[in-house]
Design a protein around this ligand. Sequence first.
Ligand SMILES: Cc1cc2nc3c(=O)[nH]c(=O)nc-3n(C[C@H](O)[C@H](O)[C@H](O)COP(=O)(O)OP(=O)(O)OC[C@H]3O[C@@H](n4cnc5c(N)ncnc54)[C@H](O)[C@@H]3O)c2cc1C
Length: 409
Amino acid sequence: MGYLELDVAMTDEQRAVNDMAKRFAMEVLRPIGIKLDKLADPADVIAKDSPLWEIFKKQRELDLHKAAIPKEFGGLAGERDPLTGALIAEQLGYGDAGLAISLGVCNFPFRFAAMSPEPELQQLARDYCEDDKAEMIGCWALTEPEHGSDWILAGQPGLDNPKCGPSLKAVLKGDEYIINGQKAAWVSNGTIATHAVLHVGIDASRGMAGTGIAIVPLDLPGITKGKPLDKIGQRPLNQGELYFEEVRLPKAYMFIGNPDMGTYMIQNILTGANGGMGALFVGLAQAAFDEALTYAKERMQGGVPIFEHKNIKLKLFDMFVSIEAARAYVRRMWAYNATNMPGSLHHAIAAKVLSTETAFKVTSEAISIFGGNGLSKEYPIEKMFRDARASMIEDGENSALALKAASFL
Ligand SMILES: Cc1cc2nc3c(=O)[nH]c(=O)nc-3n(C[C@H](O)[C@H](O)[C@H](O)COP(=O)(O)OP(=O)(O)OC[C@H]3O[C@@H](n4cnc5c(N)ncnc54)[C@H](O)[C@@H]3O)c2cc1C
């Protein structure tokens, strides 16, 4: 028996969107993700002739880029019920986790632009919705070489110390902010993005509590990009540094120029991002489970399929229980947060931690079920394991996130 959808209240529309996302995941993301993962040089992932670009074009064709942008700007936010977003994220994570993250972060600058009262920023949101050639790609630039968890933990006691303030700073001069500094190689879509949500220090006396958020077109003079990052997991996800030298940003592009609001917005962003991660890595865990179950029913040892050996059967059942529990919690959290803005941060973090640790455990157990083949690059499991491991650091290392969440209990 295959996957049984337990959500009895699922509507025909939700089923249709889910099926569309699943087809995209299996026909486009999975095969392209496998190809890109095997490229030895991450620069080839973003080469002109790379299949990477197909995923952005297809995302536009399917209107998946519009999901978080309000209707008045040409988007679909609020048009679908809350669960639909979780279903899409699960399916994309099922196809390829790294590419799903790349697509997920793509809309960041434009969804924030839609929230701004500034006409120029609002126009960006409109242009993004209409961009059927996938010429506009966003990124979220938070982490710095000297400050990773510091950003995630901003708002916690002690982080308002001027000694641990951001290295990247924006200083208001007349009608412009002058930006200097660097974001780390971890910025997803960093080397291919056209626009960034950029977290900046605006009040050095307040450390990580003195920050703002700018929406930055990355073709401004003074901005340069690093080399694509080489890493063990989510290799199809392009990542790289952003450098800023005397960059002049019109004041209107400072989306949050009040430091008190800067920290508050980081929490809101983490609520959304961790919720998304929760759903996406349930998808990856399900993908590894499906591969392991199929393999266990085909691989013969002792004259029978290994599924008939009790240790394998019990392992698969344990994986099944963990995934169903993670999915049920993630969807419940998602429905609450989507209808109770700005949502509950500690519940979103719980979803991210639960689902990424489930994905890690399930992919690791799947390797055992595949035996030696689990370690071979000819089979899909070792990649899923590497992708799952990366997720435990992505959008906040899990134990740092747990510390943050615990302060809300
Ligand atoms: C696949 C992937 C995608 C990513 N995408 C993005 C992105 O799109 N944009 C972006 O800006 N960043 C991104 N990141 C970066 C990510 O957010 C950071 O790597 C993460 O927040 C950890 O920061 P760090 O790597 O500097 O580790 P550090 O902060 O140096 O942490 C190292 C260890 O020390 C612990 N630690 C640090 N500080 C404390 C503390 N105060 N108390 C207790 N323990 C602490 C941490 O828990 C961790 O175990 C991504 C990372 C990955 C892996």
